[in-house]
Design a protein. Structure first.
Lengths: 155, 93
């Protein structure tokens, strides 16, 4: 039996309004902490990690970001996603001096590093297909939630 | 042919593992046996000159003697084949 990844329904955002990455990540982190999925310090550590090791990636059609942090800030595995109304700026994963306009954020709240790896692999497999991000960006919240439930497994 | 590759990313576990699987498979199809290890970006300078290639998914800066390949296309799919071919030709050359 394959287990479904825990996607936090309240952490699936469409048309999220944020003027910068801090604001976007704050709203997403708050959705996690409302559920008790993450500890105090999760948001700060996400920002800190993003500063040291940025996660912006230029993918087909849109820029994306895959922020994640130390498992010690996480109580319960979860994945959040935000499609932003207007893109926000992240730095490029392989060239930190470059910036990327990010339209879709996949926020990882995973309690073991091996799970990070597994979910990361699946997200990458998913968005590698040309047109998938375009499709996701056009979905409403409900469609996006079920689309991810269908395509991502926890192990 | 046997070659040594270090795969590096900021954590040394996440994106580098995803990339390592793909590269190893592609190299084997081209008759290259890959001996690999993973590292964090900070460990790279200490590994310079000890292997045939660095394959990276984080900003590692410059100034290495060992050739460095940016493997982000393997994650995004954009230009993936070109990067895989580049790796093979660097290892064979």
């Amino acid at each position: 039996m394959t287990k479904k990844i825990m996607i936090s329904e309240n952490a699936v955002f469409t048309e999220l309004e944020a003027s910068n990455k801090e604001e976007a990540l704050k709203k997403m982190s708050e959705a996690f902490s409302e559920n008790g999925f993450v500890n105090e310090g999760y948001y700060e550590s996400i920002l800190d990690r993003e500063e040291k090791a940025p996660t912006g990636i230029e993918a087909y059609d849109y820029g994306i970001a895959i922020p994640h942090t130390d498992p010690k800030f996480v109580n319960k595995d979860s994945l959040g996603i935000a499609v932003l109304k207007e893109p926000v700026i992240f730095n490029n994963m392989v060239n930190a001096k470059e910036t990327i306009e990010v339209k879709v954020i996949f926020l990882l709240g995973l309690s073991e590093s091996t799970k990070h790896l597994n979910i990361l692999r699946q997200i990458m497999e998913l968005i590698k297909e040309q047109g998938v991000l375009k499709k996701m960006v056009a979905m409403d919240q409900n469609e996006l939630y079920y689309y991810l439930q269908k395509h991502l497994k926890s192990e | 042919m046997k070659k040594n590759i270090v795969f590096a990313c900021s954590s040394g576990i996440a994106t580098s593992t995803v990339v390592a699987e793909k590269v190893r498979e592609h190299c084997e199809q081209h008759g290259i046996n890959v001996d690999s290890r993973q590292a964090t970006v900070g460990e790279l300078s200490g590994l310079d000159d000890s292997v045939d290639l660095f394959v990276v998914t984080s900003d590692v800066g410059g100034g290495y003697n060992t050739p460095v390949v940016n493997a982000l296309p393997i994650l995004t799919g954009i230009g993936e084949q070109e990067v895989l071919d580049q790796i093979v030709s660097l290892l064979k050359g």
